[in-house]
Design a protein around this ligand. Structure first.
Ligand code: PEP
Ligand code: MN
Length: 288
C-alpha cells in the first residue's frame, strides 16, 4: 500500500517540471513576502479587502475604512480594469491611484492594484505597495519581466486556463529578474461548468504549497462570481491552508460599476472575518 502510494506520487510529480527558483527545496519553509508591515507566508492568514474597481472617493473611502475596522490588512482596488467589453467602465486611471494612496495614508493599509501593461508599470508602481498581475496577463511575458525589475512585491493571479506548471513558470519569470517577493493567487479556472463564473480550484492551494515555497492566496470572489458562495469558499480556503484571501467588498454592491454580484457588502465582510478566525485557529493559523 505504501509502495503504491509512493510510485503514484512519483508519477504525478514526474509529469511536470517545476522551474528552479520557485520550487520548494528540501526542508524549505514558505518564503515570507512583505508588503509594508504585512507579511505573507507566516502563521497569519492575510486578508485583502476592497472594491473590484475604484469608482469614487466616497465608495473607496467608506469601503476602506470599514474593511480596515473588520481586520483586513491590505486594501485592494483596480484603477486600470481589464474588462471583457470595451464599453464597460475601464477604471479611473491615475485619479484612482491617487485616491488609493490618500486612503492608504489615512488608514495605514498598504494597497494592491493591477497593472495591465508595461507602459503603465512605472506609474502604478509609484503609488502601489504591491503590484497585481491579473489573470488575463499571467502569460504577458514582457510584463512579467518588468514586474521582476520594478522593486515592488507582486501578486500574480493564475491565468483563466493556466495549469499549475504554467502558473509556476510565470512566477519564475519574475523571480528570474531578481524579485522574489511574489505571492501566488488561485482565482478560479475556466471549466465546462457554467453555474459559477469560474471553478475555484482549491486543490491548487496544497499543490502549489507542495511544489513551491511561494505564499499562496485565494480569490473566492472571481473564483465563484457569486456573493452568496464567497463566505463558504473563503472558509474552505482557510481550512485547506491558504496564506491569505483577496475579497471584493463594496459599500453598496447593488450600484457597483464592476463585479457587484460577487462583492460582499460591509456587514457580510465583517461577519465573514469573524467566522474565518474560528477556522484559522482550528487549523493552527490566525487572523488578527
Ligand atoms: C481583479 O482582481 O480585479 C481581477 C480583474 O481579477 P482576475 O485578474 O483574477 O480576473
Ligand atoms: Mn473584479
Amino acid at each position: 500500500m505504501d509502495m503504491e502510494a509512493k510510485s503514484c506520487n512519483n508519477l504525478t510529480i514526474s509529469k511536470i517540471i517545476i522551474p528552479t527558483l520557485v520550487s520548494l527545496k528540501k526542508e524549505q519553509k514558505t518564503s515570507l513576502v512583505k508588503v509594508g508591515n504585512v507579511v505573507f507566508g507566516g502563521s497569519e492568514v492575510i486578508v485583502i479587502g476592497g472594491p473590484c474597481a475604484v469608482e469614487s472617493e466616497e465608495q473607496l473611502f467608506e469601503t476602506a475604512r470599514s474593511v480596515k475596522k473588520s481586520g483586513a490588512k491590505i486594501l485592494r482596488g483596480g484603477a486600470f480594469k481589464p474588462r471583457s467589453s470595451p464599453y464597460s467602465f475601464q477604471g479611473m486611471g491615475e485619479d484612482g491611484l491617487k485616491l488609493l494612496s490618500q486612503i492608504s495614508k489615512e488608514t495605514g493599509l498598504p494597497i494592491v492594484t493591477e497593472v495591465m501593461d508595461t507602459r503603465q508599470l512605472e506609474l502604478v508602481a509609484s503609488y502601489a505597495d504591491m503590484i497585481q498581475i491579473g489573470s488575463r496577463n499571467m502569460q504577458n511575458f514582457p510584463l512579467l519581466k518588468e514586474a521582476g525589475k520594478c522593486g515592488k512585491p507582486v501578486l500574480l493571479k493564475r491565468g483563466l486556463m493556466a495549469t499549475i506548471e504554467e502558473f509556476l513558470n510565470a512566477a519564475e519569470y519574475i523571480l528570474y529578474q531578481g524579485n522574489n517577493q511574489v505571492v501566488l493567487c488561485e482565482r478560479g479556472i475556466r471549466t465546462f461548468e457554467t453555474t459559477t463564473r469560474n471553478t475555484l480550484d482549491l486543490s491548487a492551494v496544497p499543490m502549489l504549497k507542495h511544489l513551491s515555497h511561494l505564499p499562496v492566496i485565494v480569490d473566492p470572489s472571481h473564483g465563484t462570481g457569486l456573493r452568496w458562495m464567497v463566505p463558504d469558499l473563503s472558509k474552505a480556503a482557510v481550512a485547506v491552508g491558504t496564506d491569505g484571501l483577496i475579497l471584493e467588498v463594496h459599500f453598496k454592491p447593488e450600484i457597483a460599476l464592476c463585479d457587484g454580484s460577487q462583492s460582499l457588502d460591509l456587514e457580510e465582510f465583517t461577519n465573514l472575518m469573524s467566522d474565518m478566525r474560528k477556522i484559522a485557529s482550528a487549523v493552527g493559523r490566525e487572523i488578527l
